[in-house]
Every structure is written in structure tokens, then in C-alpha cells.
Ligand binder design. Sequence first.
Ligand code: SAH
Length: 458
Amino acid sequence: MARTILPVKLHEKITVKIDDIRIDGMGIVYLTPSYPLYIADAIPGEKVLLEVIQVDKFSGYAKIVERIEVSSKRQDSHRQYLIDAGTAPLVNLKYDAQLELKQNQIKRLFQDQNMAVTVEQTIGMQNPTYYRNKTIVPVKWQAGHLTSGFYRRGSHELVPMTDYFVNDQAIDQAIIKVRDVLEKYKITAFDPDFEKGAIRYIMVRRGYYSHELMIVLVSNDAVINFEKEIVTDIVAQLPELKSLIFNDSPKQDFVLLSPNNRTLWGEDAIHDTLLGYDFIIGPNSFYQVNPQTTEVLYALAAEKVALKPTDTVIDAYSGIGTIGITIAKRVCQVIGVEVIPGAVADAQINMRANNIDNAEYILADAPQQFKKWQDAGLQPDVVFVDPPRRGLTSDLIQATTEMGPDKFVYISCNPVTLVRDAAEIIQKGYHIDGPIFPVDQFPQTSHIECIAIFKKNS
Ligand code: SAH
């Protein structure tokens, strides 16, 4: 078999012009039309001297040795550690340019599939920093201290971080306080080298309007020492605390949180409001991480779809019922489906708390539930879907188009799967109605949320 000849060697130094930014925020230069090199913190048009640091069969990685020509879109955020961590890869790109980049990436994805659509300008934030209402960070004992931060890519070295730049600042402060209490009692932390130790992560959630604080101690061990003392100290340190939870989550079984929660102090959940509606948010429930732009996103989707008082609406991938509950008073009925039991329970509480009596939330896998609805002859007028990054399944698209709603509203956190699914929806007798609306839910990162509205062909 012929050996593949790669266009570059490890540690080779080359001068290139950056071609593009990939969907994950890395810069790209194409050494040949089919061999890209990926480079962190590189902006299209910049001329740079690179050193190749990894060579794979179909692509490679390089680091910047020197920037020879600097883009006018670059800003120095003085936060290189965020680029190293990969948590805010676009932090050195001016915010206007971030918004433009995201709009163009979506445009190009549609163009590549020969789909003619207009993509609106990305709706951004006034202040695109310190916006997240939730974070989860690993902890590790290093040099006699409990450190919190991030694992350097591909290593077991935990790099300390105190200013995450995208989290609500009260959340960053809470992490430090909780970490220091755990350090005081010499609580073990899960060590990936030895695969043992107790605390794996500290998760913090804070209501944007309510300021209610939830702390979750995610533990590899089922119990921690000095539990009573730790609870007393954390409560004393955090006046906003409403809910302190122990999550029993053995590393071998769970990536992050398990469903096994024990409330150590306070309530089992916190509350926050969204578009004036009250929501209870449990530790395992999905809740949009950017409460400011979520309000813009939902209001825009509801406005563009022009809901009618006679409409039967499906809210699929409903989480704690945020979309359905905020529109229920404008329509005849809402039926939601969601797969996490705690989220469905929260959705039911949220419905009652907001005096909504024309909604119903079902615990099920969305594609299976859609098939059931279709078999039962349900005829929704509007279907909202808000799936995870992997997007929709063909089964769900098939069931939806056969139920034949007039409008199919797709809220997407991944334009790649949106475009893939759009092709299938269009093939089944729908067209994209109006432009795609990108909303910047995730400033400083490469992620983007967008709304696409499909209408049944007449
Ligand atoms: N619409 C909500 C939640 C969106 S996130 C909001 O805006 O807050 C996507 C949701 O889909 C999560 O709550 C997740 O638990 C749920 N989910 C993931 N896979 C699912 C499936 N197969 N069936 C139903 N829900 C699912």
C-alpha cells in the first residue's frame, strides 16, 4: 500500500495566511485543498509563522510562533488562559466580528447544501461578558492546595482559574468559597491518575433575576467527611445560598451529574423568572445558560411564528417547560415532551405555579412520543423543537411532517445539524419561511443558537 505523503512535518515552521475559523473556534489554514492545519487564536487574513505540533493523517495542529500581519478584527483581551483552556476561544476577536463570523458560518452551511435562505445579522448582547447562570468545574489537590480550574487539553494537569469571564461573577466567587471550605476540611478530590478521591466537580447555578444560588457537590464517593461542618461553613459563606446538594456520581458510571441527589441544606431547587414567568430549576434540569438572550430568543420565535388562540402546539425537548409555558396563554393548548424525569416534574410544577391550565408535559423519548401522537391522529398547528446538539432524528421529522402542522419551529444550538435536518424537512413538503435568526447565546465561544421557521407548502 502506498504511504500517504503528508504536506507537513512535525515541528516544521511555516509562514501562512489564515483561511478561516472552524465551527469550534480554531483557525484553519489549508495546506492542500484536503489537508487543513488547525491553530488556536488565529483570525482569517492574518499572516503568521507557525510551528506544527501535531500531524495526523487527514489534518494537523500548529501553534503561532509570530504574528506577522495582525487582523483589524483582533483585540487583546489579556486573557490568553481562556484560549489555552478552550473555554472562550473567540475572546481575542472583537465582538462585532464574532457576530459576523457566526452569521457567515450559518450562511455558508446552507449554501454548501444549495439551500437558498437569508440569514439575519446575529443578535448579540449589550455586554457579552459574565453572562452564564451555571457552571461546573473540576477540583484537584495540587501542591498542598485544592485547586479549581480546568484540565489542560489531553492532560491530568489542572490549571487554576478564578476569572472565567463568561460566568456570572457571583458564581466565580462562590466556586472559590466552596473550594476553600473543602480545602479547610481536607476533603479528598477525585484524582484522574489514581481513579479515586471524593469531590469531582463543584456545580453552581444562580438565578439571573432571583439571585438564588444553588451549589452541587458532585462526588465520586457516596459520603464525604465533616459533612455537617462543611454545610455550616458554606451556608455562612454564601448569603444568597438557597440550595446545597450532594450528587452521588461515581466516575465509572457518570460523565458529570448522576440523578442521585441528596439535599444537604435548604431547598431541592432554585427559582428564576423568564419573560415574567416563574420557573423552578432542579440540579439535573436543563435550563438555558444565558438568561438575557434566552428571553430575546423565545420572544422572537413566538413573534415570528404568529401564534393563534386556536392553535394546538407541541413543545418538544421541553426541559422544564420554558417555551410552552411562556406561550400557553396565547394558544389553545400546549403538549410537551422531555426525557429527563426531574425536568418533567419541574415542568408540571412550573405550569401550576404560573396558572397555566392548558399545558401537559409527558415524560418520553421525543421521537417515540411523536410516533404515538401520529398514530393517535393528533393534528398540531405548530410544532416547536429545541433538541440537543445532535439535532433531530429522521423518525421525528417523518412523524412531524405526517402530522402536518402548518408551522414547524426549529430552535437549534448547532447549525450543522439544523442544516442537515432542514434538507430533510424541505424534502417532506415544507419550506423555510422567512430568514434564519441567529441569537448569540454564547459570546466569546464559537457556539450559536438560531431559529428557523418552516411552513407547509400550500
Ligand atoms: N426547551 C428547553 C430545553 C432545551 S435543551 C429550554 O429551552 O430550556 C434540550 C432538552 O432536550 C433537554 O432538556 C434534554 O433533556 C432533552 N432531551 C434530550 N434528548 C431527548 C429525547 N430523546 N427526548 C426528549 N427530550 C430529550
